[in-house]
Design a protein around this ligand. Structure first.
Ligand code: AP5
Length: 223
């Protein structure tokens, strides 16, 4: 099952990508996490991406598209994958469609996470993330069991650099200009899949389960 998660910064893509990844045992591929891991390791890619990320702008397509298309050729993607944060503009979306079509494949679901700006701003200010495994928490409603510590791997949680209010506003502006148009692009190719991601976690999960029900052939699911 090949899934693209669409939605504004802070809409809950990463949180629910992790849920779907655990449920269907397919990888969660987040371009933001890939860039942050490269930055942490001081790679040339990480250093180049940092300047754009700090400003809330998109990392150039030439650093992004091949990176993702190459990732999709790895063995763990054979059963499918969940793309979170990619594609981010029409060029990336068309490059993905073309690369998949060359292999006779296509995306099965492009799910749009709909949410209002006030809820986004509240969630971003309370977000805490694990710099090691990428798990995401929120001090305003989804806290870890032990304050400041990741439930999954026990490492100390941090606040993301680009969650500063001024950078968040820039990211929302970039989303509206470059990323929102690809929702229409996917809905011209697929049945419209959307969830109201301002709802509580359990309700968003139920909505996702309803969308993906019956599509999980070949994917492990016990939940
Ligand atoms: P990226 O890391 O992709 O960030 P983003 O898309 O802006 O999305 P976020 O990670 O901020 O939010 P999310 O939707 O995953 O929300 P989350 O689940 O954490 O990108 C960062 C930067 O990298 C970009 O600005 C750009 O520079 C660069 N980049 C990345 N990909 C790129 C690409 N393809 N091309 C070019 N540049 C690229 O949830 C948010 C909070 O809400 C959390 O605290 C969570 O616990 C909480 N929460 C979630 N759901 C609920 C709920 N239902 N109820 C209550 N709380 C909830």
């Amino acid at each position: 099952m090949k899934i693209v998660l669409l939605g504004a910064p802070g809409a809950g893509k990463g949180t629910h990508a992790q849920y779907l990844s655990d449920k269907y045992e397919i990888p969660h591929i987040s371009t933001g996490d890939i860039f942050r891991a490269n930055l942490k390791n001081g790679t040339p890619l990480g250093l180049k991406a940092k300047a754009y990320m700090d400003r809330g702008e998109l990392v150039p397509d030439e650093l992004t598209v091949d990176l993702v298309l190459d990732r999709l050729t790895q063995d763990d993607c054979k059963k499918g994958y969940i793309l979170d944060g990619f594609p981010r503009n029409l060029l990336q979306a068309e490059a993905l469609t073309k690369a998949l079509a060359e292999k006779g494949e296509s995306i099965d679901h492009a799910i749009h996470f709909e949410i209002d700006e006030a809820t986004i701003l509240k969630r971003m200010s309370g977000r805490r993330v694990c710099p090691v495994c990428g798990a995401s928490y929120n001090i305003n409603g989804l806290p870890p069991k032990k304050e400041g510590i990741c439930d999954r791997c026990g490492n100390e949680l941090i606040q993301r650099e680009d969650d500063k209010p001024e950078t968040v506003l820039k990211r929302l502006e970039v989303y509206e200009k470059h990323t929102a148009p690809i929702v229409k692009y996917y809905h011209s190719l697929h049945e419209e899949d959307r969830v109201d991601s301002s709802r509580p976690l359990g309700e968003v999960r139920e909505a996702l389960d309803a969308i993906l029900k019956g599509d999980a052939d070949g994917c492990h699911s016990e939940n």
